[in-house]
Design a binder for this molecule. Structure first.
Ligand code: C5P
Length: 294
């Protein structure tokens, strides 16, 4: 095999709770996470050195290729295993950047998974997950690519049974720095905490309506305090018929939960007219495999 093609799915944090600040500066999380149908498309080809090129709707804002997390993932795997060759990575970027949708983490996870096969490294799942955690807090989830509750820094993953959901994503044109958002959080005074157990139950039963009162993200008041566009996007989605609206990760993307796919399309059409300058799209969450959801 000299070439491999992969999808790198975006993620959404349906909930995000912080249980406290850790001595290493990170925060102890409890977050219900789901992979999305929205994905970057990656091609990996054997080559003498590691290189990266990108194209597609969101390629323009990417950092220097050598500094991209996908290149870092390839370099980490090469140094960890002592593999002599390299790879040419081509990415079609369909996931908005710096959005809270885990695009960079998804690409890095796909590179780890893909190169393990392309380079015939035969690394075990757990070894790949450990390398993923070194690259970033969301990379292990992206490698798992299944609905899960994430704990610890984000690397302790409990798979959960979950039906698919129809979502609408809105990304306002707002800059973000995940680190800066976490630094502003006061773990002793947090609003908007989720009921994670209720969310897990609602996902298992496939009842989107039961998510309305249960979702929450403790980072929302910080981001929407600095950027009122976020609250406006959430309110517009609710006004257009969403069952619930929340922010994913450290934002700024807002997701709306729709009753079904035709309702989601209707929300996109209605809200799209009112939310100028925002990226807006309809997506599905990827369900857990049958063996889990029963
Ligand atoms: O791990 P990652 O590089 O994605 O994290 C970006 C930043 O988000 C960290 O530098 C840290 O400030 C913050 N963070 C945190 N607690 C977590 C995950 C991320 O404080 N569990």
């Amino acid at each position: 095999m000299s070439k491999i093609c992969l999808l790198a799915h975006a993620k959404a944090n349906l909930t995000l709770d912080v249980l406290g600040r850790r001595p290493d500066g990170y925060h102890e999380l409890e977050s219900v996470m789901v992979p999305l149908s929205l994905a970057d498309f990656l091609t990996l080809e054997k080559a003498p050195r590691i290189s990266l090129s990108s194209e597609g709707p969101f390629a323009a804002g990417l950092p220097d290729p050598a500094a991209d997390l996908a290149s870092e993932a390839a370099a980490l795997l090469k140094s960890w295993t002592g593999y002599a060759g390299g790879c040419a990575i081509t990415m079609r970027k369909n996931i908005p950047l710096a959005a809270g949708l885990g695009g960079g983490s998804a690409d890095a996870a796909a590179v780890l998974h893909g190169l393990n096969r392309l380079w015939d490294l035969k690394l075990e799942r757990q070894e790949l997950l450990n390398l993923a955690a070194r690259l970033g807090s969301d990379v292990p989830f992206c490698l798992l690519d299944r609905p899960a509750v994430a704990r610890g820094r984000g690397e302790i993953l409990e798979m959960i049974p979950a039906a698919a959901l129809d979502l609408v994503l809105v990304k306002p044109p707002v800059p973000k720095s995940t680190g800066a958002v976490y630094r502003k959080l006061n773990p002793d005074r947090m609003g908007n905490r989720p009921d994670n157990q209720a969310v897990v139950r609602a996902l298992a039963l496939g009842r989107p309506g039961a998510l309305t009162a249960a979702i929450g993200n403790v980072l929302t008041p910080i981001m929407s305090g600095d950027h009122p566009e976020i609250g406006r996007a959430a309110q517009t989605l609710l006004d257009c018929g969403a069952l619930a609206a929340g922010m994913t990760g450290a934002g700024p993307t807002v997701f709306a939960i729709a009753e079904n796919r035709s309702k989601a399309k209707e929300i996109v059409a209605l809200a799209g007219r009112r939310l100028e300058g925002c990226e807006i799209m309809e997506v599905q969450t990827l369900p857990s495999p049958r063996s889990l959801s029963g």
